[in-house]
Design a protein around this ligand. Sequence first.
Ligand SMILES: C[S@@+](CC[C@H](N)C(=O)[O-])C[C@H]1O[C@@H](n2cnc3c(N)ncnc32)[C@H](O)[C@@H]1O
Length: 270
Amino acid sequence: MINPELSKKIIDENIKVHTFEAKVYRQIHPEVYNWYQQLLIRKDLKKIFDLNHYQTVLDVGCGTGNITLKLLRHRPAIDAVDLSQEMLEVLRIELQKVRREKDVRFFKMEIEAFIQDCKKKYDLITMSSVLHHFPDYLRVLQKLCSLLNPRGILYVTHEPCGQYHLLREKGLLKKLLKKIDEELYDLFYHKRIRKISAYYKNLPVRDCSYSDYHYFQGFQEEQVKQELLRSGLKIIQYHPFCSELNFGLSNLFDTIFLKTQSHFQIIAQK
Ligand SMILES: C[S@@+](CC[C@H](N)C(=O)[O-])C[C@H]1O[C@@H](n2cnc3c(N)ncnc32)[C@H](O)[C@@H]1O
């Protein structure tokens, strides 16, 4: 149970961090935007829409649209909620570029306030890299499950696996792979990195210890699964993978051969 003061601090820090990350979000998060991670999300969405043509979707903590933009090709009605005006603004511009801004309704709101006001039910609720940012993520999860239509789908991805980062392995092969990953990233994205450093020079130091509170405190992955089962959902897919390297190829190698499980994905059905 998180006390109200800490809860407010986590929310305030999320606004602060995402306000100044928004413009360069994709560039500074290669661990999310490399081709392997992007492929995983596309494959998951295809699998979900192969089950049924879901009509109403809620993308929680949509940010700059990592999931929202990929949903467009499946043509559902999309509601996108996020507490950062700046992140939503980047998404709005991306939608304008593809002339699809009318297909998404924006809600600039804290998730619990959104749920409290919400009169609608959804066929699909999606979340990428979001749960661990919420002060009480199990309570949010429980409430989101109640917003699902019967047989609706909850898709959660890119959440940290349990205590993974606290127990990080230190094997030789792992260290070597990390070094190669850094070199590759530098080689291919040198220009991009320089641009970002220039942008960051004028910004305050980025401290994510409160915005990513549960990442640093140890995310309760097992309790997430238990909460879904308690809410009457059936887990139809669970997939742990590596998302701690910057380059797609090294993430794939790490997932398959070193079996690193830093993050996970869940598809559950009501
Ligand atoms: C790590 S980003 C992920 C964004 C996007 N889903 C993606 O995959 O790139 C987390 C997002 O959640 C939003 N967020 C954090 N706490 C929130 C809260 N309590 N209510 C609503 N949105 C929140 C942030 O503003 C941010 O855009």
